[in-house]
Design a protein around this ligand. Structure first.
Ligand code: AMP
Length: 584
């Protein structure tokens, strides 16, 4: 397939803000697309599936170089046009327009070629690799038409801007391959999916089917292919070595509310304040964070323990906690181990961790996702050899008595934990969702997890840093991020004092996708936890709300932008303030 066909779809998607219309456009395209697995990734601006760790990792500055190589325009000229328009994709479009008048005989670009060149980028390492990467991009840009160049650049930056959330791609797979069975009746003229209540229930069944398959295999391309070929989505297989989305938990108001949700009796467990690891043990051992990043190299101590103390091949879910003199440490004390690239052995001596295993998804060739929690726990008891301060099963009691649960909760807090988990004994393991088979109970703290989407360069003594940060929450409807405020406090001047301007600047610099004057826009990747004084309604930010006096509390390297608070949470919090007469 020619890349221009895909670009035509990008343009149609970009031209409408209506979610149903986007679903329709995409589903029609998917029905007829060849290279389906690749195309489904490319429409999302990806060249690797969600479970795959590889990233293109090319900063905007390198793209400027590639553009210069492909078009012959001078570097400083490209940079100045970029600063003016703010969008390097548009710069590519303009420059390629000029060039393409001169070279009329270039080969048309194929989807395969774009895909291949982009996939090669992360493979290049070592001396001369930066130039080779630039060449791979320049090669594409040389044969690209102006709009093709725009979307190639945007794909590499990971900012396609066609407004396509994962939910829409999922629905498009349903429309394309289960359209009749799911009774999809889209009326283009009214932009409505006209379904009766019964029809809606049937339709939702297919949406859930596709979503659940996605949660297990984490690969839109693979799921689309299975759906097209009429394969069994209900029983897509867990693959050891390929991370599965982790199950998430809802928040209980208190212990009584917890029991109401998970039923009685329930399993109550310590809620450790560390970070989650999905551990795959087979011929090799692989460790994945909750964001499904491979952190095997960072935790040789954990790998060694798993090899020694876990029997058989399995996928287990665990919380890794910092521990010092038998007492648990808060998450921040070990968070630096997650991204560490050097001195790893020293770090594991300096910041020892205890592995607390709380679930099992796969064991000795069997997929356990649909097995009740109480049975899964029994399997854990058989396969884990517990060694104090090294590897344990999560501390657990089973009770139907609120006062017993309350006592257990207190003892968990006293041991330095974050709170308590309450789990439904019959609950299955549902990857990727907050279904309420587990509830967390913790002392209320009104912090929010938000993602940084922009920043302003500082002035005076903060001149070389980014100094104020635009933060956003997720809109679950569209999958996009909507702004809720600007954070400038809680960030330190000196690196030794905590999260500093310098550290944030270093993290964000490679993520810059737009620059205008002192303002930059960044790819939404860095998650922070903030507190605030109150939430106000505000037209200034795209969420319609503004956090008043937000302050950075922590950097949340363990969180991905998909995990953060949503605009619905903000609305709920604003509502609950209103009860107290505080919403201005
Ligand atoms: P939260 O991060 O507040 O959404 O709480 C859920 C997280 O608590 C999980 O993702 C785990 O990382 C962590 N956790 C700690 N202890 C447990 C436990 N016993 N069972 C399940 N999750 C736990």
């Amino acid at each position: 397939m020619q890349y221009s066909v895909l670009v035509g779809v990008y343009e149609q998607l970009e031209a409408t803000s209506k979610r149903l219309e986007k679903t329709f456009i995409l589903s029609e395209f998917l029905k007829s697309a060849d290279n389906l697995d690749k195309v489904v990734l490319l429409v999302q601006g990806r060249v690797f599936p969600n479970w795959d760790q590889r990233e293109l990792g090319m900063a905007a500055k390198l793209l400027v170089k590639a553009l210069s190589l492909a078009t012959g325009a001078a570097l400083d000229k490209i940079e100045s046009v970029w600063k003016e328009t703010g969008d390097i994709g548009t710069v590519a479009l303009e420059l390629t327009k000029k060039k393409s008048q001169a070279t009329l005989f270039s080969q048309p670009l194929s989807v395969q070629k774009v895909f291949d060149n982009l996939q090669k980028i992360p493979e290049l390492e070592g001396l001369g690799s930066v130039d080779r990467k630039v060449q791979l991009v320049a090669e594409l840009l040389t044969s690209a038409s102006p709009v093709e160049a725009k979307y190639i650049i945007r794909t590499i930056l990971g900012e396609l801007r066609v407004g396509l959330g994962e939910g829409t791609v999922r629905d498009a797979i349903v429309w394309a391959f289960f359209g009749d069975k799911a009774g999809v009746k889209y009326d283009k003229a009214t932009n409505e999916l006209d379904l009766s209540d019964d029809e809606r229930m049937n339709y939702d069944k297919y949406v859930v089917l596709v979503q659940e398959a996605l949660d297990v295999v984490n690969d839109f391309g693979e799921v689309a292919k299975i759906a097209k070929e009429g394969g069994d989505l209900l029983n897509v297989s867990l693959k050891i070595g390929k991370p599965v989305k982790v199950m998430l938990f809802k928040k209980a108001k208190d212990i009584k509310d917890g029991f109401e949700n998970v039923g009685k009796p329930a399993a109550c467990e310590f809620k450790y304040d560390g970070f989650r690891l999905q551990i795959h043990k087979f011929a090799k051992i692989r460790l994945f964070t909750r964001r499904l990043e491979d952190v095997t190299a960072q935790f040789p101590d954990v790998v060694q323990r798993i090899a020694k103390n876990v029997k058989g091949d399995c996928i287990i879910d665990a919380e890794v906690v910092g521990i010092e003199k038998g007492k648990y440490l808060p998450f921040q004390s070990i968070s630096q181990r997650i991204k560490r690239k050097y001195d790893i052995e020293e770090m594991s001596r300096k910041f020892p961790v205890e592995v607390n295993v709380f679930d099992v998804l796969f064991c000795d060739g069997k997929n356990l996702l649909k097995m009740p929690f109480i049975e899964r726990r029994k399997i854990l008891e058989k396969i884990i050899i517990q060694v104090p301060f090294e590897i344990k099963l999560a501390e657990e009691i089973i009770t139907d008595d609120e006062s017993v649960a309350e006592k257990f909760y207190r003892s968990s807090l006293l041991a330095g934990n974050e709170g308590m988990m309450m789990k439904n004994l019959q609950g299955i393991y549902k990857p990727g969702s907050r279904v309420g088979f587990g509830m967390k109970v913790k002392p209320t703290m009104d912090t929010l997890e938000v993602v940084i989407v922009g920043a302003e360069r500082g002035e005076g003594k903060r001149g070389q840093w980014l100094a104020s940060f635009v933060v956003a929450v997720r809109d679950p409807e569209t999958g996009e991020f909507v702004e809720v405020g600007r954070v400038g406090t809680g960030i330190k001047e000196k690196v030794e004092e905590g999260v500093s301007f310098e550290q944030l600047t270093q993290l964000l610099q490679p993520l810059i996708i737009e620059e205008k004057g002192r303002e930059v826009k960044v790819k939404p990747e860095i998650v922070i936890e903030v507190d605030y004084e109150e939430i106000q309604k505000s037209p200034t930010y795209s969420s319609g709300f503004a956090l008043r006096f937000p302050r950075l509390v922590k950097l949340r390297e363990d969180r991905s932008p998909e995990d953060i608070n949503t605009v619905d949470d903000i609305r709920d919090l604003a509502e609950s303030q209103r009860g107290r007469g505080e919403l201005k």
